[in-house]
Design a protein around this ligand. Structure first.
Ligand code: TRP
Length: 441
């Protein structure tokens, strides 16, 4: 018997846990900072409405219909589509490998603040720590093994249980951080930067980044939602859950913006530092702020909880496939897979130190994985999903599944079908071409 969530509330908590992660806390603020503040935010919200909800419904519906891992799910629609599932497996493996590098850093920072040390010179601290060989890998391995432990515990007793505990704690910690953020002196400048759009800053890159971020933040395009959907009971309301999860994630992203951007402006730092924003600029703020160490500790604990509930979804994608295809136990599967992730994760980590001069396509291993996943693999995965669900399985069949054989109402089903069949793939394709520099806008 395949495992199931205990309730649809459990599914929503686990899926929201998967969605809310480093995407919200680490990636979103620095993209807002780099890509023009409010203008990026508006574009992001448009893509959430246009793409986010409809793809979430499609993924969850397909997963529950097939009640299988992602390869099995695509194969159930058409045997020739199995490769789309395979692509998802590969993407999840790459994603977890590089996500765990940041996960390890978070643990290191949380431990530093927990032990009461303050970072006087965050820039030097960050550069020194990330360029080492052993320490970052050590913390990365801890992050991978913690994730492995929860996944090994299973769906209801592992993923659902821990998400139900960690998500509310995370929410409270985030609210505390956000209230602190917007009550700092001169916080208004950061709030204005976040909310006031300056459309002159919009470029092709803004569009690519905003769309990539929608996929990344909602965990779409590589089968996380298909996998989580596959553990849903036939009685549950998929449409309601699929509207709830992206909504919660987007609200959390906006609160993250309020937690992180105002402090940066309040201390005159601005927000255009890129990926090191969370590890250099924010600690600098904490070092200058009243009770900064306490807030630093709360903050990195919060980020850690968010990161773990996300990484378990990546590992679950491959674990589900592995256990159901090769008939190995969950324990063995998670052990083998975590070892594989550690092996691929090591070069990612080293790309900040000894491998920093090693470039593929002009990027370090870490940057290559990040770009490859968000800007190529996730959009391609989402297009394949739209074709599979919208054109091969068919809108009628999909609607029958998500409405529990017509017993639930889904008034917008025609619009949903049109979005999935034509609009979403077309928008993704155009943005994708612009991102590759093939189409100039
Ligand atoms: N959404 C998570 C975040 O914001 C990352 C994530 C988890 C993810 N599972 C995924 C991204 C699957 C893409 C696909 O950090």
């Amino acid at each position: 018997m395949r495992e199931k969530w205990k309730s649809s509330f459990g599914f929503v908590m686990a899926s929201a846990g998967a969605a809310i992660g480093l995407g919200n806390l680490w990636r979103f603020p620095y993209l807002v900072g780099n890509d023009g503040g409010g203008a990026f935010l508006i574009l992001y919200l448009i893509f959430i409405v246009l793409i986010g909800f409809s793809v979430t419904i499609a993924e969850a519906g397909l997963g529950r219909y097939a009640a299988s891992n992602i390869v099995g799910s695509f194969r159930k629609i058409h045997p020739g589509l199995a490769f789309a599932g395979g692509l998802g497996i590969l993407s999840a493996y790459l994603l977890f490998s590089y996500y765990s590098v940041i996960g390890g850093w978070i643990i290191k920072y949380a431990v530093t603040y927990l032990t009461g040390r303050s970072l006087e010179n965050p820039e030097a601290y960050f550069a020194d720590f990330t360029s080492q060989v052993f320490q970052p890998i050590f913390f990365q391995v801890i992050f991978i093994l913690l994730t492995g432990f929860i996944v090994y515990k299973g769906i209801a007793k592992g993923i659902e249980k821990y998400s139900k505990i960690l998500l509310p704690v995370l929410f409270v910690l985030l609210i505390v951080t956000a209230v602190r953020g917007i009550t700092l002196p001169n916080a208004m400048e950061g709030i204005r930067f976040f909310l006031e759009p300056d459309f002159s800053k919009l470029t092709a890159k803004t569009f690519v980044d905003a769309m990539g971020q929608v996929f990344f933040s909602l965990s779409l395009g590589l089968g996380a939602v298909i996998t989580y959907g596959s553990y849903l009971d036939k009685k549950e309301n998929i449409i309601k859950a699929s509207v709830l999860v992206p909504t919660i994630d987007t609200i959390m992203a906006v609160i993250c913006g309020f937690a992180i951007l105002p402090p940066l402006f309040s201390f005159g730092l601005g927000a255009s530092q890129g990926p090191s924003l969370m590890f250099v600029s924010l600690p600098l703020v904490f070092s200058k702020m009243f009770m900064g160490n306490l807030f630093g500790m709360i903050f990195f604990l919060l980020v850690f909880f968010a990161a773990v509930t996300s990484s378990i979804s990546m590992l679950e994608i491959i674990t589900a496939y592995f256990t159901e295809t090769f008939h190995v136990s969950r324990k063995k599967a998670t052990l083998i897979l975590c070892t594989g992730v550690i092996l691929l994760g090591i070069p990612c980590s080293l790309s900040f130190g000894v491998l920093s001069d090693f470039h593929l396509f002009g990027l370090t291993v870490f940057d290559l994985f990040d770009k490859l996943i968000s800007n190529i693999l996730l959009p391609v995965g989402a297009i394949l999903l739209c074709i599979a669900v919208g054109h091969i399985w068919g809108v009628k069949n999909a609607v029958r599944e998500v409405t529990n054989q017509g017993t639930l109402s889904f008034r917008l089903w025609r619009i949903w079908g049109f979005l999935i069949r034509y609009i979403v793939p077309a928008v993704i394709f155009v943005v994708f071409l612009a991102g590759m520099g093939i189409l100039r806008v």
